[in-house]
Design a binder for this molecule. Sequence first.
Ligand SMILES: Cc1cc2nc3c(=O)[nH]c(=O)nc-3n(C[C@H](O)[C@H](O)[C@H](O)COP(=O)(O)OP(=O)(O)OC[C@H]3O[C@@H](n4cnc5c(N)ncnc54)[C@H](O)[C@@H]3O)c2cc1C
Length: 462
Amino acid sequence: MQKKVEIHYSEAECIKIDAQNKKVYCLSNDKTNLKGREEFAVDFDYLVIAVGARPNTFNIPGVEENTLFLKEVEDAQKIRKTVIECFEKADLPNLDDEARKKLLHFVVVGGGPTGVEFAAQLHDFLAEDLSKLYPTIKDFVKITLLEGTDHILNMFDKRITAFAEDKFKRDGINLRTGSMVVNVSDKDISIKDIKSGSISSEPYGMIVWSTGIGTRPVMIDLMKQIGQGNRRVLATDEWLRVEGSDTIYALGDCATINQRKVMEDIADIFKKADKDNSGTLTVKEFQEVLKDICERYPQLELYLKNKQMHSLVDLLKASKGDIKESVEVDIEEFKSALSQVDMLMKNLPATAQVASQQGVYLANCFNRMEECQKNPEGPLRIRGEGRHRFHPFRYRHLGQFAPLGGEQTAAQLPGDWVSIGHSTQWLWYSVYASKQVSWRTRALVVSDWLRRFIFGRDSSSL
Ligand SMILES: Cc1cc2nc3c(=O)[nH]c(=O)nc-3n(C[C@H](O)[C@H](O)[C@H](O)COP(=O)(O)OP(=O)(O)OC[C@H]3O[C@@H](n4cnc5c(N)ncnc54)[C@H](O)[C@@H]3O)c2cc1C
């Protein structure tokens, strides 16, 4: 049966989710409505939440009021406007050098991929475009990148981190690692040196804050309703179903998958595999449920790969010495063989790559809901009977780029293959263009790059 999909408001803000009564409360965003923003409620059978996240300020005083975030399109517009304003003000006559230095001090807080990419792009914009328009003040420009830990791009291979740090030094970007921001006033930013504990203050013209993401208020409220009030991020199971609710799903930056631990279910796994209830498990018995267990607990596969073992049977054999097919393991031996497996579990990164794969996965599940209800395709239920309706979500990491400016990019591709330099920048251009959602956006993005190559970046104030 074809189900009708109702689209309510394409531009509306969700202000509350009532999980128990299955209602979403919204405010309309219709700018043509003279009555202003109207509140309305939408009933749901199933709800998919993908509201993303908000910038994380760690409640550091002055950050909300005095820094610019790097999250929404409006943020990008504000940043551009502020950069141009800083140059315009610094170019005024009768200003002393100290005032010029302050106005042209651009601080980026956060040495993750976003902060690093921004610092690199800002450097290129200032060095290649604005310095030509404001030649008399270009020598006052300073970019500072602050990072709390010892290195930038911590999640990348060490070679990429080292290359990026060297490049930034060569470019004259003032890279300060081991530096924590403790306060931001409207005039200066206070930075604590982690090693010495000393606090120094620096005047600034613009600060861009990019230190990761936090949970949106509407999600915090939902988490309280469904018993997740003590968590930092909304947790879903491996099927992207919000824990504590049967009808709400969540994906992308607003949620995290709470992968079940093998050790939490170890007794049930043993029971499921021990078909003859003998209290011991033969390798043959185990092999029959192996595929389901590896699908349900992907950390097992990761662990085996790490240990360079071909299957779980090798792990059991290794834990007991070289056992033969007929040798049996009891629950204690089984537990000790698998005791380290959960250590390699990692949360998925908050990236578009994860969010888009989750969106495709969930759409497929919804489209095949009835079919899979009748013929479940997922792994065996370890704690219950039968099979799960769907295969659990599996993330396929396709690699990660770090654009470093000057037409140079670093890439870490699957298999820990690292590539850095101009050729990688071209790889980045092609991947970026291919990932656009339509030919229209692809054409717009590519023509933007071409315009920039020919005429330089646009420096008009928006
Ligand atoms: C500067 C920057 C660079 C990045 N670069 C990369 C990259 O190179 N590669 C990569 O993989 N990832 C990158 N990311 C991360 C990536 O953008 C996110 O992981 C991804 O967009 C998450 O998708 P999402 O759908 O969960 O959330 P979002 O893309 O944030 O979408 C959430 C949407 O929900 C809307 N919304 C929020 N609250 C409400 C509400 N109450 N009611 C209604 N609507 C609401 C928002 O307006 C937004 O449109 C980058 C992020 C930033 C900020």
